[in-house]
Design a protein around this ligand. Structure first.
Ligand code: FES
Length: 158
């Protein structure tokens, strides 16, 4: 009789343990994305204070057959484009919709995001009717002859 009374207590303790585990798991599932986004944001903010703010690209890397190159500065994807008139331009390559990396399509020409078919014109301006609602940022390019210095600062308006 004594044994029969203790069995329910053990089961109750087991159930409480399982319930605590489920609650802890659910809490982790809910808070993990918030912590991730906060960490990404803080990482992004701190990027401006440290390390590289520019990168070098050889002019010869951009050919009429392959007129764009994807580079990274501080983990930020940047797309460098050689236009038909040999003008070199650089843009942030992070889609302003949900953050995928855009590519350059010389045959159109435009910038294209394959995640949700987002489009930007050659000036990085988001095409109306597609998902992105903000333009890409054009960056400063300093021409050093055979090399191009791509700076992580917006191009000055002319
Ligand atoms: S992330 Fe680029 S269109 Fe949605």
């Amino acid at each position: 009789m004594e044994l029969i009374r203790k069995m329910p207590e053990k089961n109750t303790i087991k159930r409480r343990g399982i319930l605590k585990g489920l609650v802890a798991g659910a809490a982790a599932v809910v808070t993990a994305p918030i912590v991730y986004v906060a960490a990404r944001f803080l990482g992004y903010v701190s990027k401006g204070d440290s390390s590289n703010t520019s990168a070098t690209v050889a002019f010869s890397d951009l050919t009429p057959d392959k007129p764009s190159k994807l580079i990274q500065i501080n983990d930020e994807p940047i797309i460098v484009v050689r236009e038909k008139d040999d003008q070199i331009r650089a843009f942030t390559a992070t889609c302003t919709h949900l953050g995928c990396t855009v590519s350059y399509r010389p045959q159109v020409p435009d910038f294209y995001c394959k995640c949700h078919q987002g489009r930007y014109d050659v000036n990085g301006v988001n095409v109306p009717g597609t998902r992105p609602k903000l333009p890409l940022t054009e960056l400063t390019v300093v021409d050093k002859g055979t090399d191009l210095i791509i700076q992580l600062t917006p191009k000055a308006k002319s």
